[in-house]
Design a binder for this molecule. Structure first.
Ligand code: BGC
Length: 380
């Protein structure tokens, strides 16, 4: 039943897009080489505007495509899966020539991708791999396993077990740590957690690191939709349930700055970092301005910087390649198996940012201004 509905939807979409383009190359994908960019349109579907990084991603992709003369339909889905599905359906019926999609739930878009394939529209999976579909044509992202490794290494550095150059640090432990992961429906959350756990495992195995809550499986520590409030609540619950005996949390593995801020609020409300008390070492990701200010103020320990401008550039190169009826250039053709096939990928490097790196990595590179870092607020 479901597949028949999908086939019907696919044909309807195809019929509509053919009408929209009058049988020419423009509209509905395929055979677009040599077209005037002004006649080509790219649908860009982003998950949410509650996180700065997705706003930066959307803006960069749109600006870079428009600078090349393409039409761009940029939509944000408010972290709501049906909204994202509808927005993509609409991009297809309106005759998009390429789709760039950062999925909310990586497994929820097979129907949309089938419709796109039926209409010959190439799909670029943006940062988060779309799973369980043969119709993902290319993937642009960062080295997500290394993000997790970087987060775990930063935690070890913060606790003094390692020096920043990887050598053994002055501290011996044992230390109490708690672990957080991202949303289970986001493929990246698993890569981050795997990279982190592979790095922390020897320290957990020999007792240098203790997880007092006992929660070490990704299912136990995941935060649905990467919500800051959910992370704050989980940290509050952990403090009440596992640290009500006078013991301290020394470090928290956090995979995203938004979660880190929730975790930090919970810790501060419990007295950490207040009146001379120590703050736990809290990691992060994305170099969000509010967190960079916290790092600058010595509250959050670190973040992992992923330059979304470079990611946008790769997405634009991939879109252009498809519009010229060629294949985008991949630098990884083995890692990202989506449940149906290995998706050719272009992966970018990542960089750990401690307080002393803010100037060179973020300000000198023009990613943030000194004023933004000082105020913790993004400029309009
Ligand atoms: C991205 C991270 C981001 C997270 C929450 C992940 O898919 O790779 O950069 O922190 O989603 O938005």
């Amino acid at each position: 039943m479901r597949s028949r509905v999908l086939i019907a939807l696919g044909s309807a979409v195809l019929a509509l897009s053919m009408t929209a383009c009058g049988g020419e190359g423009a509209g509905g994908g395929g055979d677009t080489a040599g077209e005037d960019p002004a006649d080509l349109s790219i649908g860009v579907s982003m998950p949410t505007q509650t996180s700065e990084r997705w706003i930066a991603d959307g803006t960069s992709v749109k600006e870079k495509l428009e600078a090349k003369g393409y039409q761009v339909d940029l939509q944000y889905a408010g972290d709501d899966i049906p909204t994202q599905s509808q927005q993509i359906d609409q991009m297809i019926t309106q005759g998009a020539d390429v789709l760039i999609v950062a999925a909310i739930d990586g497994t929820a878009l097979s129907g949309q991708l089938q419709a796109a394939a039926s209409a010959n529209i190439p799909v670029i999976s943006y940062d988060r791999l779309i799973r369980d579909s043969p119709n993902v044509d290319f993937y642009v992202s960062f080295d997500n396993y290394k993000v997790g490794v970087a987060q775990a290494e930063a935690l070890l550095v913060g606790l003094g077990l390692r020096n920043a150059d990887g050598s053994k640090g002055a501290a011996n432990g044992p230390f109490n740590v708690e672990l957080f992961a991202g949303s289970l429906d986001d493929n990246n959350a698993h890569f981050f957690f795997d990279g982190a756990m592979d790095t922390l495992e020897p320290f957990l195995d020999d007792g240098t690191l203790l997880v007092k809550s006992g929660q070490t499986d990704i299912e136990q520590v995941a935060i649905l939709r990467w919500q800051q409030e959910t992370a704050q609540r989980r940290m509050e619950d952990l403090l009440t349930s596992s640290y009500n005996d006078g013991s301290q949390v020394d470090g928290v593995l956090s995979p995203y700055d938004g979660l880190s801020r929730g975790i930090i609020t919970a810790l501060q409300n419990a007295g950490y970092g207040r009146s001379g008390a120590d703050m736990a070492v809290v990691t992060g990701q994305d170099a969000e301005v509010a967190s960079v200010k916290l790092i600058n103020d010595g509250v959050q320990h670190s973040t992992v910087f992923k330059d979304t401008r470079l990611l946008a550039e790769q997405a634009v190169l991939a879109a252009e390649a498809f519009l010229e009826d060629t294949e985008p250039q991949a630098n990884d053709t083995t890692t990202y198996e989506n449940g149906v096939k290995v998706v050719p990928s272009y992966l970018l490097p990542v960089q750990t940012v401690y307080k002393e790196d803010i100037q060179t990595a973020l300000i000198d590179s023009g990613y943030l201004t000194a004023e933004e870092v000082a105020s913790g607020q993004a400029e309009g």
